[in-house]
Design a protein around this ligand. Structure first.
Ligand SMILES: NC(=O)c1ccc[n+]([C@@H]2O[C@H](COP(=O)([O-])OP(=O)(O)OC[C@H]3O[C@@H](n4cnc5c(N)ncnc54)[C@H](OP(=O)(O)O)[C@@H]3O)[C@@H](O)[C@H]2O)c1
Length: 287
């Protein structure tokens, strides 16, 4: 039995839908927090277990009879402890192989601005490697989907206004990351491997503006304001505090080159070339 956590989220959905092409529904279970969401999986013949990373006993119960477990990272302030709970639960329940999705962080930067999340990604990997479980770690680049989310869908009219400076980052489509993870989980092997799931090379937002200019035939400007000016502007637009916080963090970590990665395993895991960024921008902004 395979158990997927985070199956109600974006990445987990992508993994699940791709896994269902290779494994029958009765060989897959999911861990969900919300009983209403659980019912929608059960309707499709997928066993849904109610559990929360913060409640180890609930995860132990969900893991009975599970051989392969996918732990999708959580992102709250307690992410690291939550991940440790799930890993400990996996050990106690006799899970044989744990798969974990973390971050493709550039380990050469001096100081991370990602705060506790960077520590959570790195320390979780270390904890898994020391656990004695077979493991496969996926170090995910930034989702391409973060681009329209943070610069707005009307970018051809508005230009790009985002305080990422000249920082470069590597992006990949979340669906293709999910497909790669599903391919690995559907097969045997891949034991004690770390895969980087992103698309290289990395690009800056001024290069993204150039690509959209070429695609649209219209000059797309890129402005990188000071963080305080950006915050004031987002407040004026009426954005929620949480969205403002995530926009600022994402811009700051890109400026700091924290997702500037030079290598990737995504093409090998997909068995084809992943979607390059320019194609993604065309699909998204000029459908
Ligand atoms: N690479 C990137 O660009 C990027 C961007 C954003 C986030 N991330 C990271 O990647 C992860 C997956 O991304 P995503 O887009 O799929 O996020 P998402 O749509 O927010 O999904 C997160 C999933 O994790 C579940 N979850 C969170 N905390 C949990 C807990 N304590 N116990 C049980 N389940 C829990 C959520 O369940 P509910 O449905 O109950 O909420 C949801 O199914 C995120 O959690 C975050 O760590 C990466």
């Amino acid at each position: 039995m395979i158990l997927i956590t985070g199956a109600s989220g974006n990445l987990g959905t992508a993994v699940l839908e791709n896994l269902l092409k290779q494994v029958s529904a009765n060989g897959i279970s999911v861990l969900v927090r919300n009983p209403v969401k659980a019912a929608s999986f059960e309707k499709r013949g997928i066993k849904a277990q109610i559990g929360d990373y913060s409640n180890k006993a609930s995860v132990i119960k969900a893991l009975q009879g599970v051989e392969k477990l996918l732990l999708i990272s959580s992102s709250g302030a307690n992410a690291l402890q939550e991940h440790k709970n799930v890993i400990d639960a996996a050990i106690q329940s006799g899970v044989s192989h744990i798969y974990y999705t973390g971050g493709a962080l550039n380990r050469n930067i001096k100081e991370s601005l990602l705060g506790p999340l960077a520590d959570s990604y790195i320390t979780t990997e270390d904890y898994i490697m020391a656990s004695g479980l077979k493991y496969t770690v996926f170090q995910n680049g930034l989702y391409s989907e973060t681009i329209p989310y943070f610069i707005g869908e009307q970018v051809i009219e508005t230009g790009i206004y985002f305080p990422a400076g000249d920082g470069k980052a590597s992006f990949a489509k979340r669906d293709e990351m999910g497909e790669a993870i599903a391919n690995v989980m559907a097969e045997e092997g891949h034991e004690n491997k770390i895969y980087v799931t992103t698309v290289v090379p990395s690009y800056s937002f001024s290069e993204i503006a150039e690509m959209i200019t070429e695609l649209s035939g219209k000059t797309i400007t890129y402005q990188s304001p000071e963080p305080q000016e950006f915050e004031n502007q987002l407040k004026e637009f009426g954005l929620q505090d949480e969205d403002i916080y995530y926009s600022q963090i994402l811009a700051a970590i890109i400026k700091n080159e924290e997702y500037d990665i030079a290598v990737s395993d995504l093409e090998t895991l997909l068995g084809r070339k992943p979607t390059d960024l320019k194609t993604y921008l065309k699909e998204t902004f000029l459908p």
